[in-house]
Design a binder for this molecule. Sequence first.
Ligand code: SF4
Length: 398
Amino acid sequence: MGNGIVQDESRLRKRAERIVGAELMDIFEKILAQERLSFEDGVRLYRTPDLTAVGFMANIVRERLHGNRAYYIRNQHINYTNICNKFCKFCSFYAKKGGPAPYEMSMDEVRRRLRAHLDVPITEVHMVGGIDPRLPYQYYLDLLRTVKEVRPDVHIKAFTAVELAEIQRQAKKPMEEVLRELMAAGLDSLPGGGIEILSERVHQELFDRKLDGEEWMNVARAAARVGLTQYATMLYGHIETLEERVEHFVKIRALQDETGHFVTMTPLSFHPEGTELEHLPHPTGYDDLRNIAVARLMLDNFPHIKSFWIMNTPQVTQTALWYGADDVDGTIHEYEITYKDGEFGNKRQVLTRRQLVRLIEEAGRIPVERDSLYREVPSSPEDTPRSERTFIPVPMLS
Ligand code: SF4
């Protein structure tokens, strides 16, 4: 991991005297000493009104790990079906009366979508979808093979633990065997999602037809055993308490201690539009920044924290690069999941590479194009971001 900035402890202490109030000084000392934060520390980081202090501390960890670098990827999302039998209350994506019309992609449609972006040097295809019990095991194998047929070099990140449980049900084989067969067909890593938040109360209230926390963790353990990398998420801003958010981080951190196979945490901002929870207010930019910052501080064994620009907006994502995030996700191209008007085939949501580079540079960070495993992707000379651009500190550190 890069460590472009050498941290001067006495300088950080001087800044902390101005930025961190007495009530959080013990947490600041733990951050400096690289000590693990407790559940109670996490709750205090959520409860304090002093977001600037929380962001300052998260930025220390972020710069310790990644210096001034901020990562992006050229990727494409494919949401292969929105037919789903789980009816999660927070979800606007699945087909329902008065909501999005049902669709299911044929292999020809998957090919068409991939070919539509062949001019872009995409390194990752991200595929997730609803749970349609009519889809046979073969469909999922074909999906993976079709992607590799059109783009043989691409990394496929696909199938949440909930989809994997359904695929296993169709395959009628042990999970590890299914995972190995999916890997042979082209699967390279697993996305986050599928659990939203590791709280049995929230599970019962919002998504009781999906796996519970223990089942979700068992899929993750199986993935680690077969050598798959996995990403992690936390959906916040619905009915969960602050304590449940911290509980999620503590459980994921313990699982990462056990498996070591997670690479990134992405806190996902809840979008109530079109869901059964439409009456709830949307999380604010203030919430988004705090969740990024607390994730960075609690998850000392996670290399990366991502601000997903589609959920957080590009503007909040720029600020998040100073609140603990080191990754902005990527070009995306098409994304069906948080689009109110769920009409299939009109989901273009894209930031070009140039726009991503500008987003990062404007925020005063150095853009680094990465692949799915955070290896730097060499750029062509005319493509090279202005990575040596003068460092622009944000006002709170000046
Ligand atoms: Fe189905 Fe996933 Fe939506 Fe739940 S979140 S209803 S499993 S598509």
